[in-house]
Design a protein around this ligand. Structure first.
Ligand code: ASP
Length: 295
């Protein structure tokens, strides 16, 4: 859908995250290389005048394809040793959004979430209903066993891994978009759905304010409706760094959990914050020759 014509041109911006659950001893170079590649995958589109929605989808797909991140190929396992993934995507001009939950038969849940947004009157499809829809619209079906990595089998034995992925962008037309994708939390009960599939909690975009993608304790993020609340803070203070920080304080104090989030505002100013030791992020804007990797 075309963006409103009356808006002045904006400076594009893209920021991605690789989850708030990484530990500093966890192979930082691999994380840096992963988020760098993902931000560039989206940036190539944005820099040529492309849409924020395409940029966040491309960036998240790159992270879903990377076995080091907890989404798509690197997803953590349920208590039963299976993979159940959640994802959502949102475009902030008309508040269009789509999501999938507990899916195991697609390699890029973010793309299926986008198809839900664009090709159905619904917002969220789950499990077998989502798989049937994927088949109908020609999203390739995969054997769920191919998503189970040795690394995650070992992690399940050790318990507790986290590390959702996400991206938020503003394009030249002033459209804000956000996307989030995850395998959830390691050892979760089959059927558990986290914040990443829930619009307003893990993902939100409103082009008059900006866009946000969250990571961390899903149940705590849901309790405080974190992504939408972060944009409310942006409205109050017109300062993305303040909004990100106050939103994380809210997650810790009222949500009683840990995590982080990335933000872009309607002017293309980017920010991030986290309460955990490490959250890989990569930022790109026309002012930068190379992605900024502040971790
Ligand atoms: N928020 C995700 C979930 O609870 C996990 C994460 O961000 O690492 O499903």
């Amino acid at each position: 859908m075309a963006p409103p014509r009356s808006r002045p041109r904006r400076v594009p911006a893209l920021i991605v995250h690789g989850g708030a659950g990484a530990t500093p001893t966890d192979g930082r170079e691999e994380l840096r290389e992963g988020v760098r590649r993902a931000v560039l995958a989206g940036w190539h589109l944005l820099a040529e005048g492309g849409r924020a929605l395409d940029a966040v989808e491309a960036a998240v797909r790159a992270l879903e394809d990377h076995p080091r991140f907890n989404a798509g190929q690197g997803s953590v396992l349920t208590a039963r040793g299976t993979v159940e993934m959640d994802a959502s995507i949102m475009e902030g001009d008309r508040l269009r959004c789509g999501a999938v939950a507990a899916v195991s038969r697609v390699s890029n849940p973010v793309t299926l979430a986008r198809r839900v947004m664009e090709d159905t009157p619904h917002v969220l499809l789950v499990a077998d209903g989502a798989h049937a829809f994927a088949r109908e619209v020609g999203v390739p079906e995969i054997d769920p066993a191919t998503l189970v990595t040795e690394r995650q089998r070992a992690r399940l034995a050790a318990a507790g891994a986290r590390g959702t992925v996400g991206a938020v962008a503003l394009d030249r037309h002033g459209t804000a978009a956000a996307a989030t994708s995850t395998g959830g939390i390691s050892g979760k009960r089959p059927g558990r759905v986290g914040d990443s599939a829930l619009v307003g909690c893990g993902t939100y975009a409103d082009s008059t304010l900006g866009a946000a993608s969250c990571t961390g304790d899903g149940e705590a993020i849901i309790r405080v409706v974190l992504a939408r609340r972060a944009l409310d803070y942006l409205k109050e203070a017109d300062d993305p760094h303040y909004a990100a920080k106050v939103a994380v304080d809210l997650l810790v104090e009222e949500g009683r959990g840990g995590g982080g989030l990335i933000l872009v505002d309607w002017r293309g100013r980017m920010a991030y914050a986290h309460s955990t030791p490490l959250m890989p992020v990569a930022l790109m804007s026309p002012a930068l020759a190379e992605p900024e990797l502040p971790f």
